[in-house]
Design a protein around this ligand. Structure first.
Ligand code: ATP
Ligand code: MG
Length: 753
């Protein structure tokens, strides 16, 4: 029974008190997941509970897999029979079994977000509505949020509250779209992602016999990462455990990072009301990280107002200070990270798997990937494809390749009908077969296509050929960057992505921009003599050639977004791109709640590290085809400076850093030096302004250039520029203490003084 011996007192309590409702809300690395895992093992091994009657809900399938393996080491192969997985996977399984009750066949399709949004697009079009007003992304999140609050389309169209809301948002047709969308999904035998939870709720609400069946089947319900459950998920678990009362949830309010998707922190508070016999267990000892990391994390999260007070401490070693690495550019950042990993591996016997590189958004992985590849460091990207494997990147690369080499059949197949030109697969096959049968180049077939295809298809191909010819002129006369941006624009690829205002669409657009950035950097590198597109393509091809993965080699550095790192731990963690507007994200700075969510994300990132933690930021970064100057993230300043060490061995040695140069060692002046490098930095350490009035009813409609304003956090300032051209009206304000900020007027709380 040595698994029980490895628990501290409160953890042990959490494991062996299996009956009745229990909740553990505790800090990162305190063993919440371990308690949940061993609780399950204990139920099976000591209490003889049938694994079929245990339901455990995790946040990712990977977490479920790990937990199951851990349990198997205690109870053996019996662990196979546990009901364990994400909410979506477990309830999809139950819905399949009970689908007929809801009028669905059991082989219903699950629509992913892309499917959903393209259906919405179709509906908006059919209704003759303006898709700039009814953007698929906006409509989709509105429907999604309704479903996650368990608002059916029937309720939506009948309740005047929603109509009024939509009227205000100038989207009066929202209800009708929701209704049609739901009906069309149903007719297509499809459930979207939110339906998996929504329909489970419907099932349990309308079919008491079925609810009873599962209430009796699942004698024990356990939920990890409880802070990130939404209302719909909460209700399901509550109903399922209403009879047995055996529900155990673990979580950390300080790690709640999915509010933007409807996760509801209130669930923690409601839980106490819904289960009055609740046993609350506190875990305070952190087993994961060094003193320095634990204390640094505590110093950050203490700045958030909305949180449940808790202590987190550790008896682990002090460990090293957090290394702060500053780079001139994103590419240099990639190189520094790679050399730091290289050095750590050779000096301290770490393996690749001991390292994780965490970033705020997926598109940041490109520069990092490139330097890891160049240094021969094996890596793996989680949740998100490797940069050059992404569809949109492959699409543009295919255009570039085809413009270079019109015999490239794979690229041809990829782009001939992209964007759509009405050239179907049969035509494509005819062209390819013709080239093969007559033993002539593909390009020759394309140039004489009227001989092979009927009128309309032939015309479309002729247009395509003309387009490619116009690209070839660029290839011959311009550099790689000019050629690639011309092709991106004129092929229609960029426009198609630009028009797709969904989150994924924006991401893809950013990724294509990021590829263009890479090409720009390539042509601007002084050492590069041949700046042609051909030279760039060869460079990239060679890069990818080094990337031949060895399937037996599981020893890789992990690259992932912070969101997907939740619950995981690594000996060495790099948090890269710690810059204002990137992290905290530009979109999350206009309200305290948003900023607090970003800060929790930062807390999650810090607390992934066991032994060494690195912060990294670049002073410039290519974004949207432009070299942008960046400022270090405010989050760096929020960490108590005594836990930070300014690393100048990897970091840039700019003269401005002054006394921070020289031998590694503690430098209490780092914060000041950091500030001196900021263009619009405050003279004194960040201290937010105390608002002189209530900002809730703030009205920015009369705002004009030159006006003096007060912001609840940044204090007083003057409007230097108004930008009312786009959909997002903005004001540039120069604040006395905080320098220039661009504020979105929809969100900004400003008082004209
Ligand atoms: P997070 O909030 O990040 O999800 P958590 O609270 O779930 O963290 P765990 O992942 O369960 O924490 O535990 C963190 C680390 O500490 C793990 O490596 C775990 O094995 C170890 N650990 C937990 N409790 C103990 C203990 N009593 N003795 C030794 N190691 C422990
Ligand atoms: Mg955990």
């Amino acid at each position: 029974m040595d698994y029980l011996a490895s628990l501290n007192e409160p953890q042990y309590e959490g494991v062996v008190n299996t009956e009745g409702p229990a909740m553990i809300i505790a800090g990162a690395g305190s063993g919440k997941t371990r308690v949940l895992t061993y609780r399950i093992a204990y139920l099976i091994k000591e209490k003889g509970v049938d694994p079929f009657s245990i339901l455990a809900l995790t946040f990712t399938n990977k977490a479920a897999k790990e937990m199951r393996e851990r349990i198997a080491t205690v109870v053996g192969s019996n662990a196979r029979n546990l009901w364990m997985g994400t909410f979506h996977s477990v309830f999809a399984r139950i819905l399949r079994a009970e689908a007929d009750r809801l009028g669905y066949p059991s082989n219903f399709t699950i629509y992913d977000a892309d499917d959903s949004k393209s259906l919405i697009k179709t509906i908006v079009k059919e209704f003759g509505l303006d898709d700039k007003v009814y953007k698929p992304n906006v409509v989709f999140s509105r429907i999604s949020s309704a479903k996650n609050r368990l608002v059916s389309w029937q309720e939506y169209v009948n309740n005047p509250i929603y109509a009024a809301d939509d009227e205000t948002a100038q989207k009066p047709e929202m209800g009708r779209i929701y209704k049609t969308y739901a009906q069309r999904c149903f007719k297509a035998n499809a459930m979207d992602f939110d339906d998996l939870l929504f329909q489970t709720n419907v099932l349990f609400r309308d079919h008491v016999d079925i609810l009873n069946k599962y209430q009796h089947r699942f004698k024990y319900v356990l939920v990890d990462e409880f802070q990130d459950t939404n209302v719909s998920q909460y209700l399901i678990t509550k109903k399922l455990s209403a009879v047995s009362q055996n529900i155990a949830v673990v979580g950390d309010d300080a790690q709640s990072i999915y509010a933007f998707r409807g996760a509801n922190i209130e669930n923690i508070l409601n839980f106490e009301k819904d289960f009055p016999d609740l046993k609350v267990i506190k875990l305070e000892q952190n087993y994961r990280s060094t003193q320095n990391i634990v204390n640094a994390a505590n110093s950050v999260i203490a700045r958030n107002k909305g949180q449940i007070k808790k202590k987190v401490w550790t008896t682990n070693n002090d460990g090293n200070r957090i290394d702060l690495i500053k780079s001139i550019s994103d590419n240099e950042e990639g190189r520094f990270v790679a050399s730091a990993i290289f050095e750590q591996k050779s000096q301290n016997n770490y393996k690749n798997e001991d390292f994780a590189i965490l970033y705020r958004t997926n598109s940041q992985s490109r520069a990092i990937e490139e330097s890891l590849r160049k240094s021969g460091i094996h890596y793996k990207i989680y949740g998100g494809l490797s940069f050059y494997q992404r569809k949109e990147i492959k699409d543009l690369m295919a255009y570039l390749r085809f413009a270079m080499n019109t015999a490239d059949e794979q690229s041809f197949r990829r782009i001939i009908n992209l964007p759509k030109r009405g050239i179907g697969p049969t035509s494509v096959e005819k062209i390819v077969v013709a080239a093969f049968e007559h033993d002539i180049p593909l390009w020759e077939v394309l140039n004489n296509v009227n001989a092979f295809l009927p009128g309309r298809a032939a015309n479309a191909v002729n247009d395509f050929v003309t387009l490619i010819k116009s690209f070839q002129i660029y290839v011959q006369s311009k550099d790689a960057y000019e050629t690639a941006s011309h092709i991106a624009k004129n092929s229609g690829l960029l426009k198609e992505l630009y028009d797709d205002k969904t989150v994924e669409g924006l991401n893809r657009y950013e990724n294509v921009q990021e590829l263009l950035n890479a090409i720009k950097e390539f042509v601007e590198t002084p050492e590069v003599e041949d700046k042609s597109l051909g030279a760039f393509l060869q460079d990239v091809a060679l890069l990818t050639d080094q990337d031949n993965e060895d399937p037996d080699n599981k020893d890789f550095v992990s690259l992932m977004t912070i969101h997907s790192s939740k619950g995981l731990e690594f000996k060495n963690v790099f948090i890269v791109g710690l810059e204002e507007d990137l992290f905290p994200s530009q979109m999350m700075m206009s309200s305290r709640d948003d900023l607090e969510e970003e800060r929790r994300l930062f807390y999650v990132a810090i607390t992934r590290a066991k032994e060494n933690l690195y912060f990294s930021y670049a002073l410039s970064r290519y974004r949207y085809g432009r070299l942008i100057n960046c400022e270090p993230s405010r989050f760096i300043e929020e960490v108590d400076p005594s836990f930070i060490f300014v690393n100048t061995r990897y970091g840039s040695r700019e003269p401005k850093l002054g006394r921070n140069d020289g031998p590694p060692g503690f430098n209490a002046n780092f914060a000041r030096n950091l500030m001196a490098n900021k263009k619009s930095a405050p003279k004194k350490p960040l201290q937010y302004h105390k608002p002189s009035a209530d900002f809730r009813p703030s009205d920015t409609s009369g705002l004009q250039e030159g006006m003096k304003v007060e912001h609840p956090k940044f204090g007083f300032g003057k409007v230097s520029k108004m930008d009312t051209s786009g959909a997002n009206k903005k004001a540039k304000v120069i604040f006395e203490d905080f320098g220039e900020k661009t504020l979105l007027l929809t969100f900004a709380k400003l008082r004209i003084v």
